[in-house]
Design a protein around this ligand. Structure first.
Ligand code: ATP
Ligand code: MG
Length: 336
């Protein structure tokens, strides 16, 4: 597609704990693809705080800003600060969380495969809270035409580029008539620009139920900040937990791809972490860069490993190491 380039600069921020290990495994696989990447490494997280007095040095932010995309491993205690700061600095307006059933995971159904597109700059999470008195407090929920149009348009574009046929808007417009009323209105306005994509809209409470009763029916869900946060974790539960789930933060000035799991201090340093969530994050990065052939290859190699079930890490019931998984994925990519 039009986005592809001869050479990409990738900011690599492994961070803490197993972040380091799953990142190394993932970079090895990326190196086996036929694409020219230049990696620029940056520090962030707990260790970085101890060493440099800040969990997110300006230098790291600069590297992320200058790169075509960023791969992020994990940060420990400082995770929230680090990622929130990066999101703000890079104006990352979209959080993408795929919900997909893979073999050897405890999924509710084998047919689950949808994407949650969450607005990430406004809504209920702008931290505009006030404690008026000891008796009560108030939070504001901000919905603007500009931000909601941007996220909804992103969801439709995503559907087109990824061969999805339907986008579902999730809201609570029956109660939140002004804010979610506006969200719903914009959804159907934007939908007119995408006549080939089917549309539907559900209340968030009903959606929470439909995710359990008919998860196969969803393709792309677009929703506001708070609802997206909650439904994303419900989605993780649908497909057997956080272990294999990647995520993306898409911004105006760049994009960041990271596994949903954290630094997992309990298994860090042992070389046994499952690198697949990090690898699937790299697959999302390849699609973002427009490198769909490479993304398909990488994705298929991971799926083959899961189907073969000979090289699984402990969390999936095997005894392979992190680097065993990398080696096997590379073999699958090379068709060996
Ligand atoms: P953090 O504070 O960085 O979020 P955490 O203690 O919350 O760390 P998580 O990384 O969120 O740990 O993981 C929760 C549990 O899942 C841990 O027991 C961890 O070992 C396990 N886990 C997480 N990621 C992986 C992985 N990639 N491979 C294997 N096990 C994992
Ligand atoms: Mg955690």
């Amino acid at each position: 597609t039009s986005k592809t380039k001869d050479k990409y600069q990738i900011a690599v921020v492994p961070g803490d704990g197993i972040g380091q290990e799953v990142m190394k495994a993932t970079i090895d696989v990326l190196d086996s693809l036929d694409i020219d990447f230049e990696y620029v490494y940056g520090e962030a997280g707990d260790e970085c705080l101890e060493k440099n007095g800040t969990a997110l040095p300006d230098e790291t932010l600069d590297i992320i800003r200058q790169s075509d995309a960023c791969l992020f491993g994990a940060a420990g205690e400082t995770a929230a600060d680090v990622i929130v700061k990066i999101r703000q600095e890079m104006k990352m307006f979209a959080n993408l969380r795929p919900v997909k059933a893979y073999p050897h995971t405890n999924s509710l159904s084998d047919e689950i495969d949808f994407m949650i597109v969450r607005e990430n700059t406004e809504g209920m999470y702008i931290a505009d809270e006030e404690k008026y008195t000891d008796e009560g407090a108030i939070a504001r929920r901000i919905i603007t035409r500009e931000a909601e149009r941007r996220i909804i348009d992103y969801a439709f574009k995503y559907a087109v580029e990824n061969n999805k046929s339907k986008v579902t808007a999730v809201h609570k417009a029956n109660v939140l008539k002004k804010t979610d009323g506006l969200f719903k209105e914009i959804f159907y306005e934007v939908a007119e620009d995408y006549p080939d994509i089917a549309t539907e809209d559900f209340y968030v409470d009903a959606t929470a139920m439909y995710l359990i009763t008919q998860p196969e029916s969803f393709e792309v869900i677009v929703t506001t900040n708070l609802f997206g946060d909650i439904l994303s974790d419900e989605g993780a539960g649908l497909v057997g937990g956080l272990g294999l789930i990647p995520s993306a933060n898409i911004g105006l000035d760049g994009a960041l791809f990271e596994p949903v799991h954290g630094s997992a201090p309990d298994i860090a340093g042992k070389g046994i972490a499952n690198p697949i969530a990090m690898m699937l994050s790299a697959v999302m990065m390849l699609r973002y860069l427009g490198e769909n052939d490479a993304a398909d290859k990488f994705d298929a190699a991971i799926l083959k490993l899961l189907n073969d079930a000979n090289t699984l890490t402990g969390d999936l019931g095997g005894n392979a190491s992190t680097m065993d998984v990398a080696g096997e994925v590379i073999k699958n990519i090379n068709g060996e």
